[in-house]
Design a protein around this ligand. Structure first.
Ligand SMILES: [Zn+2]
Length: 445
């Protein structure tokens, strides 16, 4: 039984030139100057003139075959099944979920008697859901701006920082990694306990780039602070703000967000693999889709994608890695394994470590800590794999906003959320570093 609530809302005259490149050189700004400049852009939004005629929705989006739908689902098992039917779940309430579905997946919904509460072509939802204006969103770093900032950090801190690529993407972009270590550079091995901060497995989750990138800015600006100094001399710190640069660039390539999630692999008849379903952790079982057009497509095989292979090879080559955060948006959650199974991880001591560190980071951010699969099961994700394969205490962060109906949840919350997200998450990341030397000590907390 399908009930259609097509609300046709037209917004006038929004010139969606998101990410138009800014002329001023921003890479020399301090952490505080940088955050202030990002916030300043937010405080003076241009006011749209609603009297102007409605512009034609851009062709690319007009022809977008995807829908934003809301579906009844009250349990994690029901949510997991929806992922398998190709829905990318973006918002969860106690009784329903919302997310993105390709039109070719909809017939399966009817035959499997899924209760669709509402649906709207993504083109219309995307336009009406913009909370912000493109000039403000220019504060977000695109791929080139991210590289420039990483490079500037390396140049200014060349005694302890090195910048290198862990591999190339489908479209031949480098996956840049900033390393902070007082005694080893580039790919030179280190026996110091290691921590990894990753952003943007998913293309449209742009805030997940800002948080690790600006954490690097903060760390290096505060390198003479006694505690930071200790981290720099005793740890091996890696920051990889954009695991999926092809997708992130594609998402902003027309000046209008494409709501893109996957990488840019070419499938027959469609494009993209969900990188966070492509790791070899119960690959393509619960919560992943076999359909190449689905947002949750797991790919033709585990590690079929150059981006996930680059992360795999990076991790496997560094047995010193102890902790990891993979940043995503959104939901304000801190998730720990398993994601792919409803069960707890078998090692009770490790479970305590995960719970205690997650709780500690939750206190600093106001986010909610929970087992990943309590939300829904999703196999093939990076954190399950990193823990199972390498014993790394790996956490998935779902950043701001909190989401939910009325909560303003969206992938594009505007530049106004950057400052608080970054400041809170600097504290959480420092908390992780405090536990990186010997994570298992946290079991005793
Ligand atoms: Zn994500």
């Amino acid at each position: 039984m399908i009930r259609l609530l097509l609300s046709l809302t037209f917004f006038a005259s929004l010139s969606l030139n998101a990410f138009a490149s800014e002329a001023p050189e921003k890479s020399s700004l301090s952490f505080n100057q940088l955050l202030r400049s990002m916030s300043a852009a937010y405080e003076a939004p241009p006011v749209p003139n609603v009297e102007e005629p409605v512009p034609a929705i851009e062709k690319a989006l007009e022809n977008d075959p995807r829908f934003w739908i809301t579906v009844a689902a009250a349990t994690k098992e029901e949510r997991t099944r929806l992922l398998e039917l190709g829905l990318s779940i973006e918002e969860v309430t106690p009784t329903a979920v919302s997310g993105i579905i390709h039109r070719d997946s909809l017939p399966a919904f009817e035959t499997k008697s899924v209760n669709v509460i509402s649906r709207m072509p993504l083109s219309q939802f995307a336009v009406s859901a913009f909370k912000d204006f493109p000039s403000q969103d220019a504060a977000y770093h695109n791929y080139r701006e991210m590289y420039d900032r990483l490079k500037a950090l390396e140049t200014a801190n060349s005694d302890i920082v090195s910048l290198f690529s862990i591999g190339k993407t489908v479209e031949n972009r480098e996956i840049w990694t900033l390393r902070i270590n007082s005694s080893a550079k580039g790919t030179k091995p280190s026996s110091k306990p290691g921590a990894v901060f990753q952003g943007a497995h998913h293309a449209r989750e742009h805030l997940s780039v800002e948080v690790p990138l600006l954490f690097a800015v903060w760390l290096l600006e505060n390198r003479n602070n006694a505690e930071v100094k200790k981290f720099i001399t005793t740890l091996d710190i890696y920051i990889q703000p954009m695991i999926n640069p092809d997708g992130a660039e594609y998402d902003i390539s027309t000046g209008k967000y494409k709501w893109w999630r996957k990488n840019m692999s070419v499938n027959s008849g469609s494009q993209g693999v969900d990188l966070n379903r492509n790791y070899d952790s119960w690959w393509c079982q619960a919560g992943a889709s076999n359909s190449p057009w689905a947002d949750t497509y797991c790919g033709p095989a585990a590690f079929s994608e150059p981006e996930s292979r680059a992360v795999r090879d990076f991790v496997k080559a560094r047995p010193n890695l102890k902790t990891m955060i993979s940043y995503h948006t959104y939901g304000e959650l801190i998730l720990y394994p398993w994601g792919g199974k409803y069960e707890d991880i078998p090692d009770q001591n490790d479970l305590k470590v995960f719970k205690n560190i997650a709780q500690g980071m939750a206190r600093l951010t106001g986010y909610t800590a929970q087992k990943s699969s309590d939300l829904y099961a999703a196999t093939g994700d990076s954190c399950d794999w990193a823990y199972a394969e390498a014993g790394i205490f790996a956490f998935t962060f779902e950043l701001t906003p909190k989401g939910g109906w009325g909560g303003g949840g969206t992938f594009y919350p505007g530049a106004g959320v950057i400052e608080k997200s970054v400041r809170d998450n600097v504290q959480a990341a420092l908390y992780l570093l405090r536990n990186t030397g010997d994570p298992r000590k946290a079991a005793a907390e």
